[in-house]
Structures are given as structure tokens and as C-alpha cells.
Design a binder for this molecule. Structure first.
Ligand code: FES
Length: 123
């Protein structure tokens, strides 16, 4: 699938999330160490929106149950350890997971050219 222009480079900033859409797929854009990244806007836990999540140091934290993901690779860093930003004790984490196993966050290939960000979303 071809790459789709999705944003102005200047609008994609470090430690900030920019909602966007490519080919009907909702995404979030951010910048890590100068490079633009595009990730799914839905948490792989139970599909809640990540748009109000916190992104810091190349990791995004889900605002619902605290799962964290590497924005560059999609790797899961923490899984279901909080509720609405409030850390929960370890014994609750399996309950919060609702039977779901840790999963990565989909990351989409990006390219920047002439002040524009392009993304490739599988069809
Ligand atoms: S929906 Fe993101 S951690 Fe539960």
C-alpha cells in the first residue's frame, strides 16, 4: 500500500499526541528523538482510545488501565496496573487485565518529506 500524507511535520511534536486518520484507520502521531511515529489510537488491551494518554520518553501510557507501550516498536512495557491514572496494587493487575494477555501496540511506518508526514497503513 502506498504512503498517505497525514500531517504537517511541524504539528508532530515530542511528548505530544496528534490524532490523525489514514485510509480510515485512526492513528496517533508523536515524535521521538526527532523522528515522527504513528501508532494505533486504540489500546490493544480492550480497544479503549489512547488519545488522552500520556507520552513521555518514547513511551505512551494508556489512560484507562495504565498499560505502557514503546512508541517506536510497539512493545508492551507494562500491562494493566492502574485505573484512570491511579496506580493499583499488584494483586489487582490480573483482574484489571480482564483475561487479556500483554499485546503490542500497532506501529505504522512513517516518512517525512518537504514538511509533510506520510504513513503506510496496511489495507
Ligand atoms: S484499555 Fe488500555 S490498558 Fe486497558
Amino acid at each position: 500500500m502506498e504512503m498517505i500524507r497525514i500531517a504537517n511535520s511541524a504539528d508532530v511534536q515530542e511528548d505530544k499526541l496528534l490524532p490523525a486518520s489514514a485510509g480510515g484507520t485512526p492513528l496517533l502521531l508523536t515524535r521521538v528523538a526527532g523522528k515522527a511515529y504513528a501508532v494505533s489510537s486504540k489500546c490493544p488491551h480492550v480497544g479503549m482510545p489512547l488519545g488522552k494518554g500520556k507520552v513521555e520518553g518514547g513511551a505512551i501510557t494508556c489512560p484507562w488501565h495504565g498499560s505502557r507501550f514503546d512508541v517506536c516498536t510497539g512493545d508492551n512495557l507494562d500491562w494493566c496496573n492502574a485505573v484512570a491514572g491511579i496506580p493499583m496494587p499488584g494483586w489487582t493487575h490480573r483482574l484489571l487485565a480482564l483475561g487479556k494477555k500483554p499485546a503490542p501496540l500497532p506501529v505504522y511506518e512513517t516518512r517525512e518529506e518537504n514538511g509533510n508526514v506520510f504513513v503506510r497503513v496496511p489495507g
